[in-house]
Design a protein around this ligand. Structure first.
Ligand SMILES: CCCCCCCCCCCCCCCC(=O)SCCNC(=O)CCNC(=O)[C@H](O)C(C)(C)COP(=O)(O)OP(=O)(O)OC[C@H]1O[C@@H](n2cnc3c(N)ncnc32)[C@H](O)[C@@H]1OP(=O)(O)O
Ligand SMILES: CCCCCCCC/C=C\CCCCCCCC(=O)OC[C@@H](O)COP(=O)(O)O
Length: 270
């Protein structure tokens, strides 16, 4: 009889464990904490290897992050690898749904490639420091003139140091099931440096990850690398057309890959 009162006590954690919201918070917390720990490990390794801020550190960061997808029950299906076989600098543009995008980015990140990010990221503890060591270019989105001049410098550095840059042209995270209109920075950057743009599309996360509904199941993400778009000979007058053209190819690819995303194939939590 005495043990009967323990039944609800045992049921509560069991119910929490099987509830979607618990799994959501647990996986989110684990993801952030694990990335923070990995960054802590990466910091001394990067400093020992390159002595400080260097795009080459991204190789090490990439190799340390690759296993994280397994821990979260995520799978990537990549297509269009051949489009990344382009010599020299280029600008990669992709849609941006969540901080989980970092996992897909690290799946396909080419050598000598770093990112453009909001400046607030530098304050994200060990992750912020590893972003700085990896050569990430920080911009102040609230001050367009500052952001433009940082990106103009980045165009010069790309050519001088043979660096590739990954930009999220939506300018913010977006999980509304479609793409946001693109900001122009990525296209000015590519035109100023006269380098090609390689569009990359992540399929919708909505079949396994819903922030508002607190759902984070196992799932498959399709990553589609699209053919490069040349910018040789283009000027700032062509930026709007280039932006529209890039949006259109990515939008079609987003709708196509997202409609055929397989449902979760790992253990499903409700
Ligand atoms: C082991 C380790 C574990 C841990 C491992 C961690 C790994 C580390 C992974 C990190 C991963 C990072 C992930 C970060 C993800 C984000 O931080 S996303 C947010 C930051 N990124 C961005 O915002 C990029 C996209 N934004 C842009 O490009 C925007 O254009 C800018 C530059 C911010 C400007 O913003 P805006 O003023 O709101 O934008 P916009 O309407 O485009 O431009 C206004 C005018 O300026 C003009 N303009 C814009 N840019 C330029 C330019 N560069 N030159 C000349 N004119 C320009 C436009 O043409 C426009 O003029 P009109 O054509 O209308 O006449
Ligand atoms: C205040 C700085 C941001 C706090 C970040 C918390 C620490 C994150 C720790 C581990 C996650 C590892 C991946 C880190 C890269 C996440 C990049 C990211 O997704 O930044 C958000 C930015 O794209 C758009 O921001 P907004 O949605 O416009 O706002």
């Amino acid at each position: 009889m005495d043990v009967l009162w323990m039944v609800p006590l045992l049921l509560i954690p069991l119910l929490m464990w099987t509830s979607g919201a618990f799994v959501f918070y647990f996986k989110k917390f684990f993801y952030v904490a694990w990335m923070m720990c990995l960054a802590l490990l990466a910091i001394p390794l990067c400093i020992l290897k390159s002595g400080g801020r260097d795009v080459e550190n991204m190789r090490l960061i990439r190799s340390l992050v690759r296993h994280v997808k397994y821990l979260l029950g995520l799978r990537f299906e990549v297509s269009g690898w051949e489009h990344l076989q382009t010599e020299g600098p280029y600008v990669i543009i992709s849609n941006h749904q969540s901080s989980l995008d970092v996992l897909g980015l690290m799946e396909i990140l080419p050598d000598r490639c770093t990112m453009i990010a909001k400046k607030e990221l530098i304050y994200a503890g060990t992750v912020g420091l590893i972003c700085w060591l990896g050569g990430i270019v920080f911009i102040n989105r609230k001050k367009t003139s500052d952001a433009k001049s940082v990106m103009a410098d980045a165009a010069e550095t790309m050519l001088k140091d043979q660096i590739r840059l990954w930009v999220f042209p939506e300018g913010t995270r977006n999980q509304n099931g479609d793409l946001l209109p693109f900001k122009k920075g990525a296209f000015h950057l590519a035109v100023q440096a006269q380098v090609p743009i390689i569009p990359v599309v992540f399929s919708s996360y909505r079949s396994f990850y819903l922030r508002k509904e607190k759902q984070f199941k196992s799932g498959t993400i399709r990553l589609k690398i699209l053919p490069k778009i040349e910018t040789k000979g283009l000027t700032s007058d062509d930026v709007s057309d280039l932006c529209d053209k890039s949006f259109n190819v990515m939008h079609s690819a987003f709708l196509e890959t997202s409609s055929s995303v397989p449902q979760s194939n790992g253990p499903v939590s409700h």
